[in-house]
Design a protein around this ligand. Structure first.
Ligand code: MSP
Length: 511
């Protein structure tokens, strides 16, 4: 029913002056879950990620490393591409802002803004933070630094300006007409009050360094890195060729997932640039929270970050993906601690879901000649469990479409809990002697429940879910969500030997 509504999802493009870490992994995994969910739900999906490669910060880092900016970007962009493989990310495209398709799009949007009278040349004097690649007002500085704690420098240059101040009312009208365009709600309120307080024109070119896309007609200037970076989202759907099928079907049906630190760029500058260029602003921007690590602020400059590879090597990929999306409400800040990961891993995954599946599959293997058992007539308790699992899709879809990942997982795990209670109450191991026919009905009900649960957890834990579906001999072709209401497990189907999919995490003995 939703197949005709395409879904375009983007991560921020990551700065290449640093290596991938937990924060990047978080945004990327969240987007991957959305992309996989929508594909399984029958929608046409475009999932974009990539790297942000221009700007003064990159130029400085390259100089410090004694290499050219191009060498630095090639090397570090490859690290982010590697992260997508490591985390089993299903992106359809990986954009680099140093690609020719992107320079073309950025210069085109510049020319369009210029043609429409949205750009003028003037003197700039003000504070700039290279770390944030952002301009700050005197009034925003805290003890001589940016509100983010970054160093600022005084800048006096002739710059091109974008007439942002003229867009205040139209931005407010856009927020007003699109209540879901900024989420969560508290963030939306923040943005609205920022815009209400008044907007100044924005400097959108720089002359003091050269690692960037030249301003058309005045190559002494390079285009401000945020105008360059934000444009990646439309480069990827073919801008400036807006008649093409990608652009016309995918823009503006986009969901930009970003961290809270870059909300203003995505919800003030970006819609203003787009509207000023005669394009539609994005459908929705969701700002997620920040992780601390064992109670400490994680920052690139402090260097206490966790590389994604360390996460996967320590805990395994599915547990990491599950933890990141289950532990925090998406939008809130939280702490990443070893204890918290192990508790989720051993509790929710190994004990609750893993044991359920393992117990049932082993019993089937031993007592039903390793075939899906033939059920008798289902009783009320059996249908109650199956109905609970079948009803999940609607609830999970509603949560996921609002990026409420933890609520979706909570709902799924409530049924895991019900299934575990059902096993305990029905005690199929005892039935094997007293009432084998009833045992087969109970085991069938459980196996079918596990099939439904495994289908639903695919976007979150694709590896484990795939193995569970293999163990239930569910063909690849019937793993989309439409199969939840489709043909149930077929009695007599031969099943492979069961294997655990969520192993317990065992601490290494100290020393
Ligand atoms: N290049 C810009 C984005 C341009 S998008 C047009 C940028 N890059 S970044 O590499 O610094 O950050 C990318 C994302 O990582 C941001 O969404 C940021 O919020 C996220 N995170 C960085 N550290 C984080 C945590 N400690 N926790 C959660 N996410 C964090 O900004």
């Amino acid at each position: 029913m939703t197949a005709d509504r395409p879904f375009f999802i983007t991560t921020p493009i990551y700065y290449v002056n640093d290596l991938p870490h937990l924060g990047h992994a978080y945004t990327t995994v969240a987007c991957d879950v959305l992309a996989r969910f929508m594909r399984l739900d029958g929608r046409r999906v475009r999932f974009l990620t990539g790297t942000d490669e221009h700007g003064q910060k990159v130029e400085q880092s390259a100089r410090a490393a004694g290499i050219s900016p191009q060498e630095l970007t090639d090397r570090n962009s490859a690290g982010f591409r590697e992260m997508t493989r490591l985390l089993d990310i299903s992106n359809d495209d990986f954009i680099r802002t140093t690609e020719p398709r992107h320079a073309r799009a950025v210069q085109a949007i510049w020319q369009e803004l210029e043609r429409r009278g949205e750009i003028y040349l003037g003197p700039f004097a003000g504070w700039y933070s290279v770390r944030d690649e952002a301009f700050y007002d005197e009034s925003e500085l805290v003890e001589g630094k940016a509100p983010t704690g970054a160093e600022v420098e005084w800048l006096e240059e002739e710059n091109y300006f974008f007439r942002l101040s003229a867009w205040q009312d139209r931005l407010l009208a856009y927020y007003d007409a699109n209540p879901d365009a900024i989420a969560p709600r508290s963030r939306r309120n923040e943005v609205i009050s920022f815009v209400r307080s008044g907007l100044r024109d924005l400097s959108i070119s720089r002359t003091s360094f050269s690692w960037g896309i030249p301003v058309p007609g005045n190559p002494r200037h390079v285009i401000y890195v945020w105008l360059d970076a934000l444009t990646n989202y439309i480069t990827a759907v073919g801008y400036p060729d807006i008649q093409n099928n990608d652009f016309s079907s995918l823009w503006p049906t986009v969901l930009h997932v970003v961290g809270k630190d870059i909300l203003r760029f995505h919800t003030v500058y970006w819609p203003a640039f787009l509207m000023a260029a005669g394009l539609e602003p994005p459908r929705r921007v969701f700002a997620h929270g920040w992780w601390t690590v064992e109670g400490q602020k994680m920052s690139k400059s402090l260097g206490n970050f966790i590389p994604p590879k360390q996460l996967v090597d320590t805990y395994g990929l599915d547990p990491v993906r599950y933890f990141l999306l289950r532990e925090l409400p998406f939008g809130s800040d939280g702490d990443f601690s070893h204890r918290a990961v192990v508790s989720r891993l051993n509790g929710d995954l190994a004990n609750d879901f893993g044991n359920l599946a393992q117990r049932v599959l082993v019993m089937i293997n031993r007592n039903c000649e390793a075939c899906v058992p033939e059920p008798g007539a289902l009783g009320a308790v059996d249908t109650a469990l199956l109905d609970a699992a079948r009803r999940l899709l609607d609830a999970v879809r509603a949560h996921v479409s609002e990026q409420g990942f933890h609520l979706a997982l909570e709902a799924i795990w409530r049924v895991v809990g019900e299934a575990n209670r059902y096993v305990d109450e029905q005690a199929p191991w005892a039935l094997s002697r007293t009432d084998p026919a009833r045992m087969r009905t109970v085991l069938y009900t459980l196996a079918e429940t596990i099939r439904l649960l495994a289908l639903l957890v695919q976007p979150f834990v694709p590896g484990a879910a795939g193995k569970l579906l293999d163990q239930l001999a569910v063909p690849e072709a019937t793993r989309r969500f439409e199969a939840l209401a489709g043909v149930p497990l077929v009695p007599g189907t031969r099943l492979p030997k069961p294997e655990g999919v969520f192993p317990r995490f065992v601490e290494e003995p100290a020393g």
